[in-house]
Design a protein around this ligand. Structure first.
Ligand code: HEM
Length: 416
């Protein structure tokens, strides 16, 4: 644990398994997420990610069933369907095309998460949505990096653009809510419908449109970018290490064509899952999370008062040389069943820990399994000459300007 001052605020940077165990599993109620950046709170509103204590517990209880195994199996159909269309799209690219894989994967994951949450496709609005998300992301990055934070309600040109993008985003979400309320959209048992059926136990009131918007927006935002960034980094590593793709193909070849995948058949791909875990270790999409103690706490024999902020360094822990040999090497062999068993807790925690553990981890794993298997089955990847991605820790861990790769069709049967 190290204490530093950033812009006049005191932060404890935490990257020790004992301290993490204290924060996440032994005393989670002693901490809140108040350190969360204002801009996220402004955009997410009062959804699951930004709320605390009793308000958070109620939301979590309400949302959790939408991520249970049975519901996830239904989402698997959507994931495969969208991935099929994605492979078709890539097949239409000229041979040996250079592709910004982050852009393509983002479009895919936006389509998947939107359909899974709302039971409807973005269809012709997908480009508009991608454009809005890109602009919001650029604005958030600039805002977070700027040492002087111009208040969001000042009428500067970039603030005005930000609010316009927020309004356009909301218009898409509110339209889906309105159509569902008016019975214009087909009935569907997705997250939106679970939330719409909620009635407060005391008042009997359901959720307002604004509450619904905050909940679904939160989950949509938390879900699409994290998964697509992780997949982008994994593809980059496959391009550098073609033998890893080949091992995935061997695993695919061993199983009689398992498609459509089920949650159980996906578990058979042990090596592919090791590759995904190594992607999550090496490039944790959420590289750090924040916590604030409610009152004085004692961690690693240090007394820390409530004015402190904790920056839990997931990236640092995932690259800590005390726990990982050659941490900068991409090596899926670190995640054999045996190695997983012997690893102390909170050395590998890409989805966080404790009660606020990522609610979408199962959904994300399933998406990454399906997309990776389909991509490797159909394509080879190469790094264009001179290209080296630069890591840009942002809201998610991104490659500056995106990862560019050459993609080439493979004939799966000839790959052996
Ligand atoms: C590779 C993919 C993903 C990664 C690495 C990831 C990572 C994380 C992490 C580290 C947290 C904990 C934050 C904290 O403790 O402050 C978190 C929370 C959360 N994640 Fe994910 N996530 C991923 C995918 C998803 C998906 C697909 C969804 C939904 C569709 C999702 C929804 C959420 C939500 C709603 C929370 C807040 C949970 C709460 O506070 O109760 N995530 N995620």
């Amino acid at each position: 644990m190290v204490d530093v001052r950033i812009a006049g605020k005191k932060y404890w940077i935490v990257q020790h398994p004992d301290a993490l165990k204290y924060i996440f599993s032994e005393h989670p109620k002693a901490f809140t997420k108040h350190g969360i950046t204002k801009i996220l709170r402004y955009f997410f509103g009062e959804g699951l990610v930004t709320s605390n204590d009793e308000a958070w517990a109620q939301k979590r209880k309400l949302v959790q069933p939408s991520f249970h195994k049975k519901q996830l199996s239904k989402s698997l159909g959507i994931i495969q369907n969208e991935t099929g269309a994605f492979i078709k799209k890539l097949n239409g690219f000229p041979p040996n095309s250079e592709v910004n894989v982050n852009q393509e994967l983002l479009a895919l994951n936006v389509a998947i998460v939107f359909r899974a949450l709302f039971g409807t496709s973005l269809d012709h609005q997908i480009d508009e949505m991608l454009h809005i998300l890109q602009e919001l992301n650029q604005f958030a990055t600039k805002w977070m990096r700027s040492p002087i934070k111009i208040p969001l309600n000042w009428p500067t040109a970039s603030n005005r653009k930000f609010h316009q993008n927020c309004r356009q985003f909301d218009a898409i979400i509110y339209k889906v809510i309105r159509e569902r309320r008016e019975g214009k959209a087909p009935k569907s048992d997705d997250l939106l419908s679970t939330l719409m059926h909620y009635k407060n136990a005391e008042s009997g009131e359901g959720m307002s449109d604004r509450q619904l918007r905050d909940e679904v927006t939160t989950i949509f935002m938390a879900g699409h970018d994290t998964t697509s960034q992780t997949l982008g980094w994994i593809l980059y590593e496959l391009a550098l290490n073609p033998s890893i793709s080949q091992k995935i193909r061997v695993e695919l070849n061993k199983t009689q064509d398992p498609r459509p995948f089920t949650a159980d058949t996906l578990q058979q791909f042990t090596y592919t899952n090791q590759v995904i875990k190594e992607g999550l270790r090496h490039y944790p999409a959420i590289s750090a999370v924040m916590r604030k103690p409610k009152k004085e706490v004692e961690l690693n024999d240090i007394r820390i008062g409530p004015s402190a902020n904790f920056l839990i360094n997931i990236y640092g822990m995932h690259h800590h040389p005390d726990y990982w040999g050659h941490p900068e090497k991409f090596d899926p062999e670190r995640f054999t069943i045996e190695a997983d068993k012997n690893r102390p807790s909170f050395v590998f925690f890409p989805f966080g820990g404790g009660p606020r553990y990522c609610i979408g981890s199962g959904f994300a794993m399933m998406t990454m399994q399906v997309v990776l298997l389909e991509l490797v089955k159909n394509f080879d990847f190469d790094v264009p000459a001179g290209f080296q991605p630069e890591i840009e820790p942002n809201i998610t861990l991104k490659a500056k300007g995106g990862i560019r790769l050459m993609i080439q069709k493979v004939n799966f049967k000839d790959a052996f």
